[in-house]
Design a protein around this ligand. Structure first.
Ligand code: TXA
Ligand code: MG
Length: 343
């Protein structure tokens, strides 16, 4: 029986129509059993839900790419319990990695280091580096502890679609092609981890995220942000920097002022489009609703970050053709959210 099950995962991905949805911690043992057989399990992290497979099992990792429709050259993040489990996956552990992991792990920070040979090439898109992070979410930590091995996991969405911040988002996008989801409720940060390349001096922020540059600078002074307008070569250094990446189905239109956003939304609605409008602050009481699908978000970066993907998922589900979004304020604290809206 067991060998029949194993054989199933040695072949190309077999669509399974209904994934198991395990409530939080209760499903960890079953999820581990699925992972050990080479299966795919989505799980909550403090940022977004990840789609996990055993990182050292090249066949299982290959199924992640098939399930997401992800190009094979886009490397995955390897999740570990902490620095002790990360070091053997790297060829070296630079001083910046030691300082940053000490300061921010477990947490929403991913470190790019030179890859040790034991990481299958499929994990890193064939590249010489590997991205590693220790998530803080208790369910992710319980899963890693029970498996006792690193887990490769991209965000649990179809390639170039919105990241999921609830188990229901995962099921909506990937329900037919994964084995199960651990449901840990909505994610606390709501946007993906900060990614830092620590192979160079100074280290480079490849993807802004919940830990902003000011916080990183206090630990590694002089850390720099990757240029937002990168050439092709630099984009290849981190495919997550590609222009279109975190997109809803609806067309997204950014407006610099609230008046501009409301005017644009009204004009589009008058032309017959179904229009979502995302503004802030949260207590914005405008009862514009009428023809517009109006959403007001908190006016702080953490609260906004927690809500933005959920709201975009909702507006997609409500059939919006276009979503007009009031641009967020300038400044370091808002950079991660601004980055997602611009792509
Ligand atoms: O918060 C997160 O990071 C979530 C949770 C599940 O951990 N994961 C996530 O994975 O967002 P994904 O695959 O959607 O995004 C991974 C990002 C991409 O921007 C990718 O290009 C970058 O990390 N990345 C992965 N490996 C890399 C590497 N070796 N060098 C440079 N960038 C890398
Ligand atoms: Mg992603």
């Amino acid at each position: 029986m067991a060998s029949a099950k194993r054989a199933r995962y040695r072949t190309e991905p077999v669509p399974v129509s209904v994934p198991k949805i395990w409530p939080a911690q209760d499903g960890v043992a079953e999820a581990v059993a699925v992972l050990r057989q080479g299966g795919l399990v989505a799980f909550p992290t403090e940022t977004v839900y990840g789609l996990g497979a055993r990182a050292l099992d090249a066949t299982a990792v290959g199924r992640i790419f098939a399930a997401k429709g992800r190009p094979p050259r886009h490397p995955l993040i390897v999740h570990v319990s902490g620095e002790g489990d990360a070091r053997p996956l790297a060829l070296g552990w630079p001083a910046a990695a030691a300082f940053l992991s000490c300061a921010f792990w477990p947490g929403p920070l991913t470190l790019v280091v030179d890859r040790a040979d034991r990481i299958p090439g499929v994990v890193t898109g064939g590249g010489p580096s590997v991205a590693i992070r220790a998530p803080a979410h208790p369910v992710a930590r319980a899963l890693l502890a029970a498996l006792g091995e690193p887990i490769a996991a991209p965000s649990a969405n179809r390639h170039q679609s919105l990241s999921p911040t609830t188990a229901a988002h995962v099921v909506a996008q990937l329900g037919g092609v994964i084995d199960g989801v651990l449901d840990g409720g909505p994610c606390a940060a709501g946007i993906e981890s900060t990614v830092v390349d620590v192979r160079c001096i100074p280290p480079v922020i490849l993807r802004p995220g919940p830990i902003d540059r000011d916080a990183l600078s206090r630990v590694v002074p002089g850390i720099v942000a990757a240029s937002p307008r990168m050439g092709d070569d630099e984009q290849r250094a981190s495919p997550g920097l590609a222009r279109r990446h975190y997109a809803p189905r609806a067309r997204l239109l950014l407006e610099r002022t609230k008046a501009g956003a409301v005017d644009a939304a009204r004009a589009l609605a008058a032309d017959g489009s179904r229009v979502g409008l995302v503004v802030y602050p949260e207590d914005d009481a405008s009862s514009e609703s009428g023809a517009l699908l109006w959403r007001a978000l908190p006016c702080d970066p953490a609260g906004y970050g927690r809500a933005i993907y959920r709201v975009l998922h909702e507006l997609d589900d409500e059939g919006a053709d276009v979503i007009v979004v009031l641009a967020v304020p300038e400044g370091e604290a808002w950079r991660a959210v601004a980055d997602r809206l611009e792509r």
